[in-house]
Design a protein around this ligand. Structure first.
Ligand SMILES: CC(C)(COP(=O)(O)OP(=O)(O)OC[C@H]1O[C@@H](n2cnc3c(N)ncnc32)[C@H](O)[C@@H]1OP(=O)(O)O)[C@@H](O)C(=O)NCCC(=O)NCCS
Length: 468
């Protein structure tokens, strides 16, 4: 197009190639202020360029002398859109970082680069691809609908509102929780450091441990002092933690500076919340069976947020790895039917000791530097889950983020208790989308010639566990 008149949406042609360092200036120019003056892309762009677990793409105009929506000429070499494919496991891809230059929007660029992302994801061996977006992001929803995604059940965060006087959370996390930010992906890891730590797990009975989890499994052994404290700490489920829990629930929870992952792990272990990392496989399997049969876990399609803001299947292998890393927190019984105000309520007919809750709490670096520790999975009975959440928060001395599938059975009858205890629901939900990448699920790349892939997609990324 040489007349500078914008074509109708969907008619635009474009080229897509992998990003190079030379794209940096242009990309930072248009991603600096995506969300009310903020975007996380500039802070991760450099790492994304290098990250071996994904493919970073840029879209370029197809014809020269085209003008953008502000009347500025577009150059053939200047990126106008970006998208990233992250391989979360050998067969699961996660899309993140979809951005289009504001001057090039509504011309079909996002659709094209999204289609290119699917092609690249498939070339990495992905048979399934997912992404998440805020419920109000209409553009993103439309792209999902056009490219064969189905919406999964929405998820919602339950956590205290952010307060800058109290929280040190930064603007990015604020925006994400308001729902006006896509929720898309995890920060790249420090691969060298993680691989180093992974060596310690070489003798684990489950050799096939996902590295991102396994890397965190060091440091779970307690030192002599901690062991002594550990022994002095009442075991979970005897009710003695309940007082601690209710103390911090009204108003704002106490907060200490973020502890290191190792320290967090120790704190959780000290108060008896973590399932013993050295548990037998039989015991772990018992918990995994309980979890996979749980209606809340099933309502969430069996997914977990193992990396913050990225969802994937919680396989048994991954579950075992979380246990080994001291990241599975459980409680077997929690209440005699009293709610937070002390009123008795009818729960169900099961005896108290049958009530349980389980939280998987990845203790790794979150996607957002100042984001809170988050539950990758939260399941079980609502009353027990609330107690476990309170105890976890108190042990970490930090606000934590729970995220649950909307209308989770665990919340039935307990939503008000969660709110009163300092875990109110976010006003907007996070929408998860999923589609297959199998041969019988073709990728719509638009009219013939609309999408030019400057390089034939080929396998270039390795999910984290497959490296080295
Ligand atoms: C969302 C975004 C990527 C869309 O890029 P784009 O190139 O303008 O999108 P396209 O032109 O390919 O349009 C794709 C579809 O979205 C619709 N759409 C695009 N922007 C829209 C908007 N602001 N409101 C409603 N619909 C919109 C288009 O009409 C089209 O729908 P259709 O195929 O049913 O006609 C772009 O607006 C952007 O970068 N936004 C900020 C970052 C963001 O929200 N990223 C997505 C997070 S998951």
């Amino acid at each position: 197009m040489t007349d500078g008149i914008a074509r109708p949406v969907g008619q635009q042609a474009g080229r897509v190639r992998r990003a190079t360092p030379g794209d940096t200036r242009a990309v930072l120019d248009f991603t600096r202020a995506t969300w009310d003056g903020w975007d996380y892309v500039p802070s991760v762009w450099g790492e994304w360029l290098e990250a071996p677990d994904g493919v970073l793409l840029v879209a370029l105009p197809a014809v020269t002398h085209e003008l953008d929506l502000f009347g500025r000429p577009l150059s053939l070499d200047r990126p106008i859109g970006i998208a990233r494919v992250a391989m979360l496991s050998a067969h699961e891809a996660w899309l993140e970082g979809l951005r289009v230059d504001p001057g090039a929007r509504t011309r079909g660029v996002a659709r094209l680069i999204n289609a290119a992302g699917l092609e690249w994801a498939r070339a990495q061996g992905a048979t399934i691809v997912r992404y998440a977006t805020g419920e109000a992001n209409e553009g993103s929803h439309r792209i999902a609908a056009r490219s064969g995604f189905r919406m999964l059940r929405p998820w919602r965060s339950w956590q205290p509102p952010r307060d800058e006087d109290v929280d040190e959370e930064d603007a990015e996390a604020h925006a994400a929780e308001r729902g006006d930010v896509e929720a898309d992906g995890d920060a790249p890891h420090d691969a060298a450091a993680d691989l180093d730590q992974f060596a310690d797990l070489a003798d684990e009975p489950e050799g096939e441990v996902p590295e991102d989890v396994a890397a965190r499994a060091t440091g779970i052994e307690l030192g002599p002092t901690e062991r002594a404290e550990d022994e002095a700490t009442p075991p979970p489920g005897d009710g003695s933690r309940d007082d601690e829990g209710s103390r911090a629930t009204a108003g704002r929870p106490a907060q200490s500076p973020a502890a290191s992952p190792a320290e967090s792990r120790r704190r959780l272990r000290r108060v008896g919340l973590s399932l013993d990392p050295r548990s037998s496989l039989d015991e772990i399997d018992g918990w995994y069976a309980r979890l996979t049969g749980d209606p809340t876990f099933r309502a969430g399609d069996g997914l977990c947020e193992a990396r913050s803001w990225a969802f994937q299947e919680l396989t048994r292998e991954r579950f075992v790895a979380h246990v080994r890393a001291g990241e599975v927190l459980v409680t077997r019984s929690a209440t005699d039917g009293r709610n937070e105000t002390g009123a008795r309520r009818k729960l169900d007919d099961r005896p108290t000791h049958d009530r349980w809750a389980l939280v998987v709490m990845p203790l790794s670096t979150p996607r957002f530097a100042a984001d809170r520790p988050w539950a990758a999975v939260a399941a079980g009975d609502g009353d027990a889950l609330l107690r476990l959440a309170i105890a976890t928060r108190d042990a970490l001395v930090r606000p934590i983020r729970l995220r649950l599938p909307d209308a989770a059975p665990a919340l039935a009858g307990f939503a008000d208790d969660f709110t009163r205890a300092g875990f109110p629901p976010a006003s907007e939900t996070l929408h998860l989308f999923e589609r297959a990448l199998t041969e019988d699920a073709p990728i719509d790349t638009g009219p013939a010639g609309a999408l030019t892939l400057e390089e034939a997609p080929r396998r270039v990324a390795a999910p984290y566990r497959d490296r080295e």
